[in-house]
Design a protein around this ligand. Structure first.
Ligand code: ATP
Ligand code: MG
Ligand code: MG
Length: 553
């Protein structure tokens, strides 16, 4: 079982446990709103909530916070379950929906009315805003603030039965219109909204607000520590007010932590949805998206994401993490685990003139030098091979250790070859083929293999290679912070080159067996993952990350 690095939330829990608060129970929840797919920021919350529960012998619920019917869908519920499970967490039989509590929440509201703690208000949304005042100016009481409990109860029941138009009335908490905290100035608890709910259908035309539904859902599930992000810090007095006014038992405690922001991407479901709906990306699982499904399709492992969440830690003030750190985590994981393979992205044909025509040798190659237990594979070698176009230069600068006329390089796992001639297209002058010779005494692993050359190239055998399409990805946005003040629209900062398609790549034949989701290190190129778009004729690979690590520790 893995443990979280020390953090201030665990410190709070340690103190609670010492005092035997909640009888020593630790119960958390991860409460996504099913209005989009989970992103890497949610992964931080998932790791934290499930992690805190696990390391304290506690429980963690999955709760869908589905109190806002107009934006929620079943597709999102399903994707969230898939993603949490894929990350490696298990809510067992504790999956809940806030909508399951609509009846109970309604009963609490009637009780608040009877206690004189809530009232029905007929001001319009605009008027409520105006009456609320500002940070420097106290609010004004609503003219409906002093309705009798009886009148309020009558009106609230009629709100429920659908007598009134959408937006015509709300239920508000009766707290303090002069509170320095604007959230405490008689916040709205219920609104009238005729919207089809993905679970309760048309049963309800009033829906509870987040600030009312959330603390009560926590209490109903006997949550002890309700962990949320920093923007709810000044909602905490309201959280506590609701718990107090409804006299719930037990009384959960809200704790805020800093949300994760990443460079070169956006991390709000609303904005991610905009990218999907307006076709800037191929879907929620586009490998350029910071969503869990996008990262999965790109080839990220749950282990790398969890490692990343551990490294960024849990802080009390907001900051932005360098996306290079996330890339560092997947590189480190895959370096240990990914089988090596050879794939040529921009093929250049090479004929080895002194190699017998028709002959094929199956050369032994290590699967992963970092882990000898992964064994070896066989790679075919023959007279015609392909190398990378950029590994040849006709007029090389000094220190070009790759191939050029008259020089030698080693072919990985095979022989040393020497370039003896360059064949060009008569019309365009483009290099179309190299003539080479090989030195039979230099086979990798042979006793005579003592000759050293400076460069080693990857290659594939022409007769055996399998065709592949490769998708190279760059950051989705050009700016470190695409949401910067001076940019009217974050989409103006999209990187037009975030996807490069390479359609005529050639991979070593062993890769033909690669199932979608399999990951490889292509020698000298980076880490790649088989995409579900692959067909029996063409393998499609996503570049997860290049080999060059740009993360400065
Ligand atoms: P968004 O603004 O992206 O829509 P949200 O907070 O509205 O996010 P929810 O579905 O309500 O999304 O989030 C579920 C849980 O995940 C919440 O507890 C929330 O605090 C947490 N969470 C959301 N975004 C982040 C983030 N960037 N970093 C850490 N935790 C996050
Ligand atoms: Mg939310
Ligand atoms: Mg949101």
């Amino acid at each position: 079982k893995s443990f979280l690095p020390p953090n201030f939330i665990q410190t709070i829990i340690n103190d609670d446990l010492k005092e035997n608060k909640n009888n020593g129970r630790v119960h958390t929840r991860f409460p996504p709103e099913p209005n989009g797919y989970l992103h890497i920021g949610h992964a931080k919350s998932v790791c934290l909530n499930f992690g805190i529960a696990a390391q304290n012998g506690g429980l963690c619920n999955l709760r869908f916070d589905d109190t806002n019917p107009s934006k929620e869908e079943v597709e999102y519920v399903e994707s969230i379950k898939t993603d949490v499970r894929w990350l490696g967490f298990d809510w067992e039989d504790r999956m809940y929906y806030a909508s399951d509590y609509f009846e109970e929440l309604y009963r609490f509201a009637e009780q608040l009315i009877q206690d004189g703690q809530a009232y029905v208000c007929d001001l319009s949304a605009q008027e409520i805003r105006e009456y609320r005042g500002t940070l420097t100016e106290p609010g004004k009481d609503s003219p409906f603030r002093n309705r009798s409990a009886e009148e309020n109860l009558n009106l609230f029941r009629r709100m429920r039965t659908g007598e009134f138009a959408d937006g015509s009335r709300v239920l508000r908490a009766k707290i303090d219109m002069a509170s320095p905290n604007l959230n405490m100035r008689d916040p709205v608890l219920y609104r009238i909204q005729r919207a089809h709910h993905h679970r309760t259908g048309n049963d309800w035309c009033i829906y509870p607000m987040y600030d009312y539904a959330h603390p009560l859902s926590d209490a109903l599930e006997k949550i002890t520590h309700s962990i949320c992000t920093l923007e709810f810090e000044n909602h905490r007095p309201l959280y506590d007010w609701v718990i107090e006014a409804c006299r719930t038992d037990p009384r959960p405690q809200q704790i805020e932590f800093a949300r994760l922001n990443l460079t070169y991407t956006v991390m709000s479901k609303r904005k991610l949805r905009e990218l999907v709906e307006q076709g800037y990306v191929s879907g929620w699982d586009d490998p350029r998206m910071p969503t869990i499904s996008g990262l999965r399709r790109r080839g990220y492992t749950p282990e790398a994401i969890k490692d990343f969440c551990d490294r960024i830690g849990v802080a009390k003030s907001n900051s932005t993490v360098d996306i290079a750190m996330l890339e560092h985590c997947i590189r480190e994981d895959l370096n240990k685990r990914a089988p090596r393979a050879m794939c040529v992205l921009h093929p250049l044909r090479v004929v080895i003139e002194n190699y017998p025509e028709g002959q094929v040798e199956w050369l032994k190659a290590e699967i992963n030098p970092e882990d000898p237990t992964m064994g070896t594979r066989e790679v075919p070698f023959s007279r015609v091979i392909y190398i990378e176009q950029e590994d040849f230069m006709e007029n090389p600068p000094k220190k070009f250790f790759r191939l050029s006329p008259g020089t030698e390089v080693r072919l990985k796992h095979a022989y040393i070859i020497k370039c003896v001639d360059v064949v060009k297209d008569e019309k365009t002058g483009e290099i179309v083929e190299l003539k080479c010779t090989y030195d039979p005494e230099t086979k990798s692993g042979m006793a005579q293999d003592h000759r050293k050359v400076k460069g080693t190239l990857h290659w594939v055998s022409a007769a055996h290679a399998v065709p592949a399409e490769i998708r190279l990805y760059e950051n989705l946005f050009l700016k470190e912070n695409p949401e910067e003040e001076d940019s009217a629209d974050f989409k103006a900062n999209l990187n037009p080159q975030s996807l490069t398609l390479l359609k005529s790549c050639l991979a070593e034949p062993g890769l033909a067996q690669g199932m979608p989701g399999s990951r490889f290190q292509f020698l000298r190129q980076g880490y790649f993952c088989v995409d579900p778009d692959s067909t029996k004729d063409v393998l499609v690979f996503n570049r997860i990350v290049s080999l060059k690590d740009s993360w400065a520790k």
